[in-house]
Write a new protein. Structure first.
Ligand SMILES: [Zn+2]
Length: 191
């Protein structure tokens, strides 16, 4: 691989932002080091040797290897549920006060939602999952709201009234408290 080719691949992967000039200068070395670091299992020496070139090709064709703990493993809540995605529980401040997940939704809560979804056999809309303190205050939540810790959610079940939903929710052992927000929406929370 020529220096130019290496620069092209690094640029494609987002590591090299300056001119593709074929000169192996400090920018190129820094980009190679950053790539080697992220890819893992490579000597972080800033030199595009044979192993690094192989890794570059692999990263282009197959993507960068995922770090442990990233959303790739099988051992996450979201791989154990059928109907819900983490995104649906994102704080609704729209990124103004938080990155979206000041807390993770607790699995017991998500599993309760799964049971409700399964029971009624129709889609559920999550109107509020996790909240950051600013968003919680903005929507009039109590300061110790369980939305802050991923232990509460507000939702509606398509075509099913809140009272009917509530009657079922109250049968779920992990739900300690639930109420109808209006004719359609229910709040439920864990202990
Ligand atoms: Zn927020």
């Amino acid at each position: 691989m020529t220096v130019k080719q290496v620069q092209h691949l690094l640029a494609y992967l987002g590591y090299y932002a300056t001119e593709v000039d074929g000169i192996a200068g400090t920018q190129t070395a820094a980009a190679i080091r950053a790539f080697q670091q992220d890819f893992g299992g490579l000597a972080v020496d800033g030199i595009a040797g044979e192993k690094t070139q192989q890794a570059l090709r692999k990263a282009i064709w197959e993507g960068m290897p995922q770090e442990p703990g990233e959303d790739s493993g099988d051992d996450t809540v979201w791989n154990r549920v059928r109907y819900f995605r983490r995104e649906e529980f994102r704080c609704k401040c729209g990124g103004r006060y938080c990155e979206g997940f000041p807390a993770e939704p607790e699995e017991a809560l998500v599993q309760a939602a799964e049971q409700i979804r399964e029971h009624f056999g129709v889609p559920i809309t999550v109107s509020s999952g996790v909240r950051c303190p600013s968003h919680n205050a903005g929507v009039g939540g109590v300061p110790n709201s369980k939305h802050l810790t991923g232990k509460a959610m507000d939702f509606s079940v398509k075509g099913v009234g809140a009272e009917q939903v509530l009657a079922y929710v109250r049968l779920l052992p992990q739900i300690s408290y639930a109420y109808a927000i209006d004719a359609n929406y229910v709040h439920m929370e864990l202990k």
